[in-house]
Ligand binder design. Structure first.
Ligand code: AMP
Ligand code: GLY
Length: 430
């Protein structure tokens, strides 16, 4: 098969790496990809949101399967457009991508279906939103309805912060049209976990559980980021808890959508808060998580391409995926200044060293190939905020963590920083 992966982050590098190991994969392309991906796939210089450009490319190259990494092309309806042209593509159609593209759509669906989530109200006018805030106890969470590159959620410790967040979104329009509506919801307390499943519209298979680390600094301090590291499995997700999430969240949503005429194919990601009262949905994503995927796929023994084909063909019933029992962790190495402004073009050293290490893989996110004389080997330079995902398996979580940070220490670039406590919650639980 000729396979095209869309995206340019660490998630897409991990997907390309896994897909390339499939006996079904004869030729792999990635658009637009990154420095690390260029070592295993042929890159096409087409942006992930250029649906027309991607369609022309997939048609010209006779692509047999397209795999979409990020949410933007899914929300733009890439699956509908490819499918209409007879091209096979893994992911949900536009209407269902609304689960991520509109938080209001997702919350209202959950309410209709009785799926456990924080109590909420939706507002289009800031005066009404502010009146509501007076009636609720702080802390509160204010969310912009639409896609805001992961920045549309504001956790407000005080009512004053909540009033400010509402005005910023609805009046100052800091997220543009993504902030036409806001959700104000109760703040939940607990430990977070990511449950990702692959669905064919009738049956689902869960991937191994995982946990992200969203804050920039150790001990979960500082601003939110796109994710600074992940590990899998998440010990907070016991078998019983997973069953509860499948029964109370995933199954009702897939069946509920089907009743409304929507057959959900692709990956469905439930971001959960495990509260003292039980699991509650924080958000849905309609794709694989980043950086969770980087910690999940090294543990997957089964063929990812087969699972994706079964999703498209409606043949997941009875299918099972096999997992390496060993835990895996992935640490993000970021550019100086990230998640704020940062410089690009820093030379990265030490990557070759890590290739000699057993059970270590470095997935690239913001890197590209730099210039170097032919005999001096490849040079990678930084080209984004999150630069690398250093990933390691270990016999237990402590071993995986030690092994991973040994690899991290071999890598250098000017201004780099990373969290030193990825996996701390897992250690506390084991
Ligand atoms: P989202 O973009 O919806 O995933 O939200 C980003 C992050 O905000 C989540 O991973 C949580 O850490 C936090 N969050 C969102 N909603 C809530 C909530 N109701 N209570 C507490 N934290 C929340
Ligand atoms: N790790 C969070 C996300 O993929 O949205």
């Amino acid at each position: 098969m000729r396979i095209l992966v869309i995206g340019s982050g660490g998630r897409e590098h991990a997907m390309c790496w896994k897909i390339a190991t499939s006996p079904k994969c004869e030729k792999l392309y990635c658009a637009p990809g990154n420095g690390g991906i260029s070592e295993i796939a042929e890159l096409a210089d087409i942006k992930a949101d250029d649906v027309k450009g991607l369609l022309d490319f997939a048609t010209a190259k006779k692509i047999d399967l397209t795999v979409v990494g990020p949410e933007v092309p899914l929300a733009a309806g890439i699956v509908d457009i490819f499918t209409e042209k007879g091209l096979r593509i893994f992911g949900p159609a536009k209407k269902m991508a609304m689960l991520e593209g509109s938080k209001v759509f997702a919350k209202e669906l959950m309410k209709r279906l009785g799926v456990p989530t924080a109590d909420f109200r939706v507002f289009e006018r800031s005066d009404e939103a502010v009146s509501y805030i007076e009636t609720r106890p702080a802390p509160l969470v204010v969310k912009a309805d639409g896609l805001a590159a992961g920045k549309g959620v504001i956790i407000c410790k005080t009512k004053n912060e909540a009033r400010q967040a509402v005005k910023d979104i609805l009046d100052k329009r800091i997220f543009g049209d993504a902030g036409n509506k806001v959700i104000i919801e109760d703040c939940l307390d607990g430990e977070e976990a990511s449950i990702i499943v692959i669905s064919d519209g009738k049956s689902v298979i869960p991937l191994a559980s995982s946990q992200d680390h969203k804050r920039i600094y150790d001990a979960d301090k500082g601003p939110n980021t796109g994710g600074m590291g992940a590990y899998s499995p998440a010990p907070v997700v016991t078998d019983a808890l997973l069953k509860k999430v499948l029964d109370e969240v995933i199954d009702p949503v897939i069946k509920g959508l089907a009743r409304e005429g929507m057959v959900y194919k692709g990956a469905l990601y439930a971001g959960m808060m495990i509260t003292a009262q039980g699991p509650r949905v924080l958000e849905f994503n309609v794709r694989f998580g980043d950086p969770e995927t980087q910690a999940i796929l090294p543990r997957l023994k089964s063929d990812l391409v087969e699972a994706m084909e079964r999703s498209i063909d409606g043949k997941l019933d009875g299918y099972n995926m096999e997992w390496d029992p060993r835990p895996c962790i992935s640490v993000v190495m970021a550019s100086g200044g990230y998640p704020g402004d940062y410089e690009k073009g820093m030379e990265i050293s030490g990557l070759e060293e890590t290739k000699k290490m057993r059970d270590v893989r470095v997935f690239h996110a913001g890197t590209k190939l730099g210039q170097r004389s032919k005999d001096a080997g490849k040079l990678f330079v930084t080209s984004g905020g999150r630069v690398l995902n250093v990933t390691a398996l270990g016999k237990d979580i402590t071993d995986a963590i030690e092994h991973c940070y040994e690899a991290v220490k071999k890598i250098q670039f000017d201004g780099m920083h990373y969290r030193r406590d990825i996996g701390h919650r897992a250690i506390r639980r084991t």
